[in-house]
Design a protein around this ligand. Sequence first.
Ligand code: DHB
Ligand code: FE
Length: 279
Amino acid sequence: MARIVGGITTSHVPAIGGAIAKGLQSDPYWKPFFDGFVPVRHWLSEVRPDVAVVFYNDHGLNFFLDKMPTFAIGAADEYKNADEGWGLPVYKPFLGHPALSWHIIETLVAKEFDVTTCQEMLVDHAMSIPFELAWPDADALPVKIVPIAINTVQHPLPSARRCLALGRAVQAALTSWEGAERVVVMGTGGLSHQLDGQRAGFINKEYDRFCLDNLVNNPDALTTHSIHEIVALSGTQGVEILNWIAARGAMGATAKETHCNYHIPISNTAAATMLMEVP
Ligand code: DHB
Ligand code: FE
């Protein structure tokens, strides 16, 4: 049985990578966001997970609008990053854990989540930025990853309820895994933001607060809104909260909040970071 040690949810704004590249972590614009990662790094250095199961969304690097799986799981030895056009460095590749990926895939399909399996997969800023924040300056990452991509881009999107159920099914898969790996669950994206259209720049503190206040102890509250209600409340890209909801499901019922940071804005986004521990 894998041991789920806790979870990290965070925004994945590409400009964070630009700030890291320029060494701007202590700049007044960036400091309130980067400071929110100090307790996360401290916790990671104590619990030393072996594997990260990461719920995120692809932004066109691996899947484009012509082919868009609702749920896609990587089952590769390695996942490369590539240039997305944000002017960021190409980040180091991630090591995979294909045996655990296949166990999760088999468990999910048995539970009637008919996922897409990816034996080759590029991962974009939604994967790389959170890892640069969590393990800065690491020549090689100390964890292997299982990437789980949720479609938050091309409608129709999966419901929040379905994403929470997906996360709970991943938790069941981790619990039935034969290995003893220590697993951190991650969810990336959000919080409220809209990059396009007439509402570009839209941010909704009230809805973000609702999500932060309920995610840990009452995640089902986040599933009471339909996808179109979530888009109205959080913006066309704020719907990336689906990744947080799925990650929360995978942490299990006993997860406890130990840290939360909320800061407006980073680029176009209300940025947030949460740390949850599983006792
Ligand atoms: C921004 C936020 C995102 O989630 C993203 O994927 C790209 C850009 C932004 O705020 O600039
Ligand atoms: Fe995004």
